[in-house]
Write a protein that binds this ligand. Structure first.
Ligand code: GLU
Length: 468
C-alpha cells in the first residue's frame, strides 16, 4: 500500500515551529517511501480561523520547501460529508440522539464534581426510546462507544498505550446545529484522503483513543499513528513566546536558511547516530519513525546558529547576494546596481566565512557598496590616529604602483613597508581596515582591497589620509 501522510494545521496563527517540525516529519516520511504528502487546513473553528493564518501557513511551508501533493483540503468545506457519516452511524445503531439541554449537562457536571468523579456524559439517552424526545429540542448525535474492554493504540513512537473504555464517554459527533465536531471531522477526512500514517504532536494522544472508536464504529481500518513529543524551550519548560521566535516565518526574518531550519528541526526529536549535519537528501533517504525520541526535545539556539553558519558557507554566492539584497536596499535606501551585485558576489567567499545568519551577512557586506566617504564607527576612528593616517598615505603611494591587484601582491607591498619601518603588519593592517571598511572587523583586509579594486581602495584611503 502506498504511503499517504498529511499535515493538518488549524489556521489560528502563524506556522508554529512545532507544526513546522510535524510537517517536516510527515513530508520526509512520505518522500522516503515514495508516497504522498497532503495538506489539510482544519478550519472548522470559524471564530478562530483566519485567511491570514492560512496564508501564513502556506507561506511558511513553501519557504521551508515542504511541498504537498495536490490542492490543500479545507476541512470546513467537507462538513456535509462529516455530517453524513454521523447520520450513517446513527442509522447503523453506532450512534444515538441525545436531547440533553445545556442546563441538564451542567447539572450533571456539577454533581460529578461534587462527588469527586471525573466529568463524563453519563449516557442517559443511550438506550432511551426516541419517542421520549422532548418536543422542540434539536438533538446532538453521540457515539455509542463501547463500555466494556479497552481501546489499544500501537503507537510507532509511544509503543502500546491502552485506555479502559469505561474512561471514555459517548462523545458528540454532530452538534444540535448540524455541525460536525472536530473529532469526527479528523477521522472522516483521514479516511477519505486515504491517510496511512498519522504523525503528529503527542498533545493529540488522548484524542486518538476517541478517534479509534469512530474508526471501529464505521468498520474502517485506522491509519498507523506516531505521536511525537513536544518541543520545549532551552529551560525545559513548554515552548512559549518568552523563549523567542515561535513562527517559522520569524526564522526567515531573523536570517535563517530554510535548509538550515530543516536540518535543525529534523534533529529536534529525531536522530541518526551522531550525525548533526544532515542534508535534505540524506534526510529523505534515512528518515524513519524508529529514530524519533520519546522525550521532549529542547530548543538550542546556538546549535541552530551553527547549522545556519554551515549552510551559509555551503550556499551559492549568487543566491546569497539575492537573499541579502532586500536587506541592503533597506539599509542603504537605494536599489542595487549590477556593479554592486557583481562586487558582492566577488566578496561573498570572504563574507560568508564569518556569518551565522543572513542578517549578519548583510551587515558585514554593507560597507562594500556604501558610497564614499565611508562613515567610520568609533573603533575605526580610534584606529585612524594622525600617525596611522600618515602611514596610510605612504602606503597608498606604493599601492598606486602595484604590479597587479591581488590580495597576495597587496599584502607583499604592505609587508615590505612594515619591515622597512619596523612596524608590525597588524599596526598597518588595522588602520587600513578602518579606512576600507569603516570598522575594526571585516574579512581579511587584502582580500577586501582586491574585491574593491584599485581605484576604490585608493579613494577610500584618500578619504581618511588625504593626498594619493
Ligand atoms: N489541527 C490539529 C492541530 O493543529 C492537528 C490535528 C491532527 O494532526 O490530527 O493541532
Amino acid at each position: 500500500m502506498s504511503v499517504v501522510t498529511r499535515f493538518a494545521p488549524s489556521p489560528t496563527g502563524y506556522l508554529h515551529i512545532g507544526g513546522a517540525r510535524t510537517a517536516l516529519f510527515n513530508w520526509l516520511y512520505a518522500r522516503h517511501h515514495g508516497g504522498t504528502f497532503l495538506l489539510r487546513i482544519e478550519d472548522t473553528d470559524r471564530a478562530r480561523s483566519t485567511q491570514a493564518a492560512v496564508d501564513a501557513i502556506i507561506d511558511g511551508l513553501s519557504w521551508l520547501g515542504l511541498t504537498w501533493d495536490g490542492d490543500a483540503v479545507s476541512q470546513f468545506e467537507r462538513r456535509e460529508r462529516h455530517a453524513e457519516v454521523a447520520r450513517t452511524m446513527l442509522a447503523q445503531g453506532h450512534a444515538y440522539h441525545c436531547y440533553c439541554s445545556p442546563e441538564e449537562l451542567e447539572e450533571m457536571r456539577e454533581q460529578q464534581k461534587a462527588a469527586g468523579l471525573p466529568m463524563r456524559y453519563d449516557g442517559r439517552w443511550r438506550d432511551r426510546d426516541p419517542s421520549e424526545a422532548p418536543a422542540g429540542v434539536a438533538p446532538v448525535i453521540r457515539l455509542k462507544a463501547p463500555r466494556e474492554g479497552e481501546t489499544v493504540l500501537q503507537d510507532k513512537v509511544q509503543g502500546e498505550v491502552r485506555v479502559q473504555n469505561s474512561q471514555l464517554d459517548d462523545m458528540v459527533l454532530l452538534r444540535a446545529d448540524g455541525t460536525p465536531t472536530y473529532m469526527l471531522s479528523v477521522v472522516v477526512d483521514d479516511q477519505d484522503m486515504g491517510v496511512t500514517q498519522v504523525i503528529r504532536g503527542d498533545d493529540h494522544l488522548t484524542n486518538t483513543f476517541r478517534q479509534l472508536q469512530i474508526y471501529q464504529a464505521m468498520g474502517w481500518t485506522p491509519p498507523d499513528f506516531a505521536h511525537i513529543p513536544l518541543i520545549h524551550g532551552p529551560d525545559g519548560a513548554k515552548l512559549s513566546k518568552r523563549h523567542g521566535a515561535l513562527g517559522a516565518e520569524a526564522y526567515r526574518d531573523l536570517g535563517y536558511l530554510p535548509e538550515a531550519l530543516r536540518n535543525y528541526l529534523l534533529r529536534l526529536g529525531w536522530s541518526h547516530g551522531d550525525d548533526e549535519i544532515i542534508s535534505t537528501e540524506d534526510a529523505v533517504s534515512w528518515f524513519n519513525l524508529e529514530g524519533i525520541g520519546r522525550s521532549p526535545s529542547r530548543m538550542d539556539y546556538a546549535k541552530l546558529d551553527n547549522l545556519n553558519g554551515h549552510y551559509i558557507r555551503q550556499a551559492d554566492d549568487g543566491r546569497l547576494v539575492d537573499l541579502i539584497g532586500p536587506r541592503l536596499v533597506t539599509a542603504l535606501g537605494r536599489d542595487l546596481s549590477d556593479a554592486d551585485r557583481d562586487l558582492l558576489r566577488r566578496a561573498m567567499p570572504g563574507l560568508k566565512a564569518r556569518a551565522k545568519t543572513l542578517v549578519e551577512l548583510a551587515n558585514g557586506a554593507q560597507f562594500y557598496i556604501t558610497a564614499r566617504p565611508l562613515p567610520l564607527d568609533e573603533k575605526a576612528t580610534q584606529l585612524l590616529s594622525d600617525e596611522a593616517r600618515a602611514q596610510l598615505a605612504t602606503i597608498a603611494g606604493r599601492l598606486k604602483d602595484a604590479s597587479d591587484w591581488t590580495a597576495a601582491t597587496l599584502e607583499g607591498i604592505v609587508r615590505t613597508y612594515a619591515e622597512e619601518t619596523g612596524l608590525k603588519l597588524g599596526k598597518l593592517a588595522q588602520p587600513l581596515r578602518a579606512a576600507l571598511s569603516g570598522s575594526a572587523v571585516s574579512p581579511p583586509i587584502f582580500e577586501v582591497a582586491e574585491v574593491l579594486g584599485q581605484a576604490e581602495t585608493l579613494a577610500r584611503i584618500s578619504d581618511v589620509a588625504g593626498g594619493a
